[in-house]
Design a binder for this molecule. Structure first.
Ligand SMILES: [Zn+2]
Length: 236
């Protein structure tokens, strides 16, 4: 839809869009056999709805796969919730005891009523591509983190410790629960989703650990393939 299509094509080409890491023989999990059918269906739907001859390269099977890998490896999840922002503002109000109790009771009831209709999940979620932030490599002990404190798409990159001039700024591609898992489990996620094996100081220090799978992951293995499939597709 953009007027200056060439500019956008150039902007997109700044992101890594490799579908495989040939040196390490890793292929993005979304491009494996498991997702073949869904991916082709999506490509046909995208073509029907959005085809533009300027972008024809992204509508071929190979081009669509690389576009998908681009979003999969560079996309930053963005979650915002105007409701939780409002509740935080309510919490900050200085109120007489009785009014505070009334307001808290109202909010409790509101959450219960909403849950009946929409479930617990109240965030507006999306994925964004950020040119600078996507340059940050991963570390299992990152020195910076990404957040969205303004409750919109404006990304903040915050240092978690003092960073020397010339020192690499690293974020974590894993959430904090995943970071607590064994080196083996962490690297399984990183290989499947980001096509690399981590060699951060934590992984190097644990290099001699046995290839154990974390308990959390073993518990998760009971999930049905369909639930897992759905989860992985919505992640992207
Ligand atoms: Zn690591």
């Amino acid at each position: 839809q953009a007027k200056d299509k060439e500019w956008w094509i150039k902007a997109f080409s700044q992101f890594c869009n490799k579908t495989a890491n040939e040196e390490e023989e890793i292929v993005h999990k979304l491009l494996g056999d498991k997702f073949k059918g869904q991916l082709e269906l999506l490509r046909l739907l995208f073509t029907e709805a959005l085809y533009d001859e300027h972008l024809s390269r992204w509508f071929t099977p190979e081009g669509f796969r690389s576009l998908f890998a681009l979003v999969g490896t560079n996309g930053q999840g963005i979650g915002t919730s105007s409701l939780s922002q409002w509740v935080h503002a309510c919490d900050a109000l200085e109120l007489p005891v009785l009014q505070r109790e009334e307001l808290d009771a109202f909010i409790d009831q509101l959450y219960k009523d909403i849950e009946k209709e929409s479930g617990e999940f109240l965030n507006c979620e999306g994925s964004g591509l950020y040119v600078l932030q996507s340059c940050c490599n991963h570390s299992c002990i990152p020195n910076a983190e990404t957040s969205f404190p303004e409750n919109n798409f404006l990304l903040h990159l915050t240092a978690l410790e003092d960073i020397e001039a010339g020192e690499e700024i690293c974020i974590s591609y894993l959430d904090c629960c995943q970071r607590e898992r064994s080196r083996h489990s962490r690297n399984k996620i990183l290989r499947e989703n980001y096509l690399f094996t981590c060699s951060c100081p934590k992984c190097l220090a644990q290099a001699d650990d046995a290839d154990v799978t974390s308990e959390e992951e073993e518990e998760g293995e009971g999930e049905t393939d369909d639930a897992e499939l759905e989860d992985e597709m919505t992640d992207v």
